[in-house]
Unconditional design. Structure first.
Length: 239
């Protein structure tokens, strides 16, 4: 992660930029913790300024009213990021690795401004939502993984999404309603009630075995349907 020097200069000077560390099994110079934090903040500041320029152009050309702007991250932060109060980071199936912020702006679509919406939604909602407002014909016989999110973002209805599943190699997770099951390669994980424990600190596996069995069963059914039976859901299968 690297930002132009003028954005790095917005932050206090570092005591040391590089320290002795290891990379690819060999001793070498690596970025210090201070540098990773500074670079992350400088990059976010640079990105913010660049997005601001794009939004200014939309205003100048009179296109802002009916232009949909969607901003979101593809995963939780790593390196210099702070995911608190969430547990975990990028590449993990804890909330800190999979829960991200999203911002949507569409003045002409009656999307309220300055409103926080914590509905259960995912990036899979983007395709059917954009198809809905553009009038695009969806392919016949294709089961979409996402939903039209506009009624939810307008506050008219609750999110139609009831579950979500993750599989990154042997790192697994499933969310059904507010129940979240995590299996980090068998080394850590558990069952968590996200409505009361967003930081995934209190494992309820032993207290609620019936819920654990239900959530894991839903994961197994999803895995069978989408990763084993369906074609061609690669790149996980050799077609």
């Amino acid at each position: 992660m690297q930002a132009p020097p003028e954005f790095e200069a917005m932050y206090p000077p570092l005591k040391e930029e590089y320290v002795i560390g290891e990379r690819y099994g060999k001793e070498t110079l690596v970025s210090s913790k201070e540098k990773r934090y500074r670079d992350h903040r400088a990059s976010v500041t640079c990105m913010d300024a660049s997005i601001g320029k794009l939004l200014d152009v939309l205003d100048e050309k009179g296109l802002a009213e009916n232009t949909i702007v969607i901003f979101f991250a593809d995963n939780g932060g790593s390196g210099g990021a702070n995911n608190g109060p969430l547990h975990g980071h990028k590449s993990e199936t804890w909330e800190g690795g999979v829960r991200v912020l999203s911002m949507v702006r569409w003045p002409g679509g009656n999307i309220p401004t300055g409103v926080e919406n914590d509905a259960f939604l995912s990036s899979m909602e983007i395709f059917p939502s954009l198809a809905s407002v553009t009038g695009a014909d969806l392919p016949e016989g294709v089961i979409l993984d996402g939903y039209d999110w506009w009624p939810t973002l307008r506050g008219e209805t609750e999110s139609p999404r009831k579950d979500l599943f993750w599989k990154r190699q042997t790192r697994l997770a499933a969310r059904v309603g507010n129940w979240k099951w995590v299996d980090m390669e068998g080394k850590s994980g558990g069952l968590f009630d996200l409505s009361k424990d967003l930081g995934e600190q209190h494992d309820l596996s032993k207290e609620r075995p019936e819920v654990l069995a239900m959530v894991k069963g839903r994961f197994d059914a999803w895995h069978q349907e989408t990763m084993i039976d369906a074609e061609p859901r690669g790149p996980f299968k050799d077609f």
